[in-house]
Design a protein around this ligand. Structure first.
Ligand code: FAD
Ligand code: MLT
Ligand code: ZN
Length: 528
């Protein structure tokens, strides 16, 4: 039975950098195929100019050597050309890292006039191939624009540069008694501008809502170099179209976000994290219903993981971090991570106790543990946040990030595994030792109806891709779900938008793109 000992409640923790540049560097680059070789149907648009020595001379005239990476720095260039999943690799020979908004404006003005294609890049943690070039597009990195501009301790309104790293900003805010309303496993690398550009969701959306609600203003450099300054700090402003909303989730296709103004909530004084096990997916629904009812306003995260995703994480952590022991003694079909955050420890304890008594009492929850200090909170979160890295530790991962009605969510993982088995792709040490796929696993922000369906594989190959697509997109469309809950469209889903958007919606999106970027220089080949 359950051993929920010592309900020790804790102040909100500081999580360590889970994702750093060294994580990228652990893997080799030579084996990664170029996107242009992998997708031969994609053709370079010859209207885009190949960068000449005159262009280079212009960039050198406005930038210092620290703001420019060129062909001779091959290893560094690889880092910017290759995406996090190692599925996409571009061939850019130039990365610009301007230190001021004015320089971003000069660069875009020049590139627009000269028809030089540009890929804006933040922390390069994008999971849909959006942050790296397809061919030889110039990479414009926001990393050198990374300052906090201002913070109002009364209202909680933060203004910062787009290139500030999420975890750094969160730590800054915590010192002031606030926190960033978005949290995700890539926080050690991803940038505020990149998060806004993808409208990232993450683990706190359940509590604090989406960036569409929290962002109050943006500063954006338009494709022709015009600086659109709307760094407002007003919660209410009905003077015309809400322009900033267009850029939130636009994935670098209509403008370069250089500044963000955002409303941040106060940092909760008391945090609890529990890690529970249930025997089937239906029980997750029951636990979620009760968590909403009994934990109500203090519920801050409700995540799920299936057995296979935890097995992969166990294996990966055993190889990379010996200090991580699994929170439970036995394995179970499904796990739930519940976090509560509040301002009154006694009140929060009482709520959590009553809730746990309830779900344990009738054995809806069959096993579980509760973090007893900050270190344990961090460790439990690490078991959840290391799943993405673990899923690709065998070599490759096909990632699907979907929104579905809660009751239908797990059937997609089951039907995907059934299809992989039928097509003889699933690895089995005895029956199919050469099977290239480890398996389809499910985890995600179940409280938001968001499933991460990951197919862990030994390599990227066309046979696996054909088995999975359009099968998964069709299944999601039939259930009236979304083929991208939070990761965006990028290159991966560009040709699949019609599974979630009508022809009229796609046409209006194309009109918007053409309005802002008539020459199509910003992040070409992607999105629409
Ligand atoms: P990048 O990856 O560099 O870029 C993302 C896109 O935005 C690209 O299309 C790029 O061109 C564009 N872009 C970047 N910066 C700018 C800018 N300043 N102006 C205009 N366009 C720009 N996503 C979630 O939603 N929820 C999660 O829980 C989550 N967890 C993750 C966990 C891991 C381990 C990883 C690797 C990724 C995760 N992601 C998640 C995906 C990813 O979308 C986020 O990490 C983040 O939003 C990307 O930020 P970035 O700075 O790395 O942007
Ligand atoms: C997550 O929730 O862990 C992220 O969205 C990343 C992923 O799914 O790989
Ligand atoms: Zn996610």
């Amino acid at each position: 039975m359950l051993s929920f000992v010592n309900y020790i409640k804790l102040c909100a923790s500081r999580r360590s950098h889970l994702l750093t540049k060294t994580t990228f560097q652990r893997y080799g680059y030579s084996t990664i195929k170029l996107t242009s070789d992998n997708y031969p149907n994609l053709k370079r648009n010859d209207n885009f100019k190949k960068i000449t020595s005159d262009d280079l001379a212009y960039f050198q005239s406005i930038l210092t050597p620290q703001e420019l990476i060129i062909a001779k720095d091959k290893d560094e260039l690889n880092l910017y050309n290759t995406d996090w999943t190692h599925k996409y690799k571009g061939q850019s020979n130039i990365v610009l890292k301007p230190k001021s908004v004015d320089k971003v404006s000069l660069i875009m003005n020049y590139c627009s006039k000269e028809r030089i294609a540009v890929v804006p890049q933040g922390g390069n943690t994008d999971l849909v191939g959006g942050s790296v070039p397809v061919f030889d597009e110039l990479i414009l990195s926001l990393s050198n624009l990374n300052k906090i501009r201002s913070f109002d301790e009364l209202t909680g309104i933060l203004k910062c540069d787009a290139g500030a790293i999420l975890e750094d900003v969160d730590n800054y805010l915590k010192d002031k008694g606030y926190l960033f309303p978005l949290d995700l496993g890539a926080k050690g690398s991803c940038q505020i501008g990149g998060c806004v550009a993808t409208n990232a969701g993450g683990q706190r959306l359940l509590r604090y809502g989406s960036l569409h609600g929290n962002v109050l203003g943006l500063e954006v450099v338009l494709p022709d170099g015009t600086i659109l300054n709307s760094m407002h700090s007003l919660r209410k402003d009905n003077t015309g179209y809400d322009l900033k909303q267009l850029f939130i989730g636009s994935e670098g296709t209509i403008g370069i976000i250089t500044g963000v103004s955002i409303l941040t909530p106060t940092n909760p004084k008391s945090t609890n994290v529990s890690f529970l096990a249930v025997k089937d997916f239906k029980d997750i629904e029951t636990v979620f219903k009760r968590a909403k009812r009994d934990l109500s306003e203090i519920l801050s995260a409700f995540e799920f993981m299936d057995m296979k995703s935890m097995q992969l994480t166990k294996k990966h952590l055993a190889e990379t971090d010996g200090s991580m022991t699994f929170p439970l003694e036995n394995e179970h079909p499904f796990y739930i991570l519940i976090e509560t955050s509040g301002s009154n420890k006694e009140h929060d304890d009482a709520k959590m106790e009553k809730f746990l008594e309830d779900v344990m009492g009738d054995e809806t929850v069959i096993d579980g543990t509760m973090a007893q200090d900050v270190t344990e909170i961090e460790k439990i979160w690490k078991w959840r946040e290391m799943i993405p890295e673990s899923c690709q530790s065998e070599g490759a991962v096909y990632k699907y990030d979907v929104s579905l009605p809660l009751s239908k969510i797990y059937s997609l993982v089951e039907s995907t595994n059934a299809k992989l088995l039928k097509e003889d792709l699933l690895y089995d040490p005895v029956k199919n030792p050469s099977g290239p796929v480890i398996g389809a696993v499910g985890y995600g922000h179940i409280g938001d109806g968001n499933l991460h369906l990951n197919v862990a594989a030994k390599e990227y190959n066309k046979i696996i891709e054909k088995c999975l697509e359009p099968f998964i997109y069709e299944a999601v469309s039939e259930l009236q779900g979304s083929i991208s809950a939070e990761h965006g469209v990028g290159l991966q889903k560009k040709n699949h938008l019609h599974y979630s958007k009508s022809p009229v919606e796609i046409k209006v999106m194309k009109d918007i793109k053409n309005h802002f970027d008539p020459n199509g220089v910003l992040n070409p080949y992607k999105y629409v």
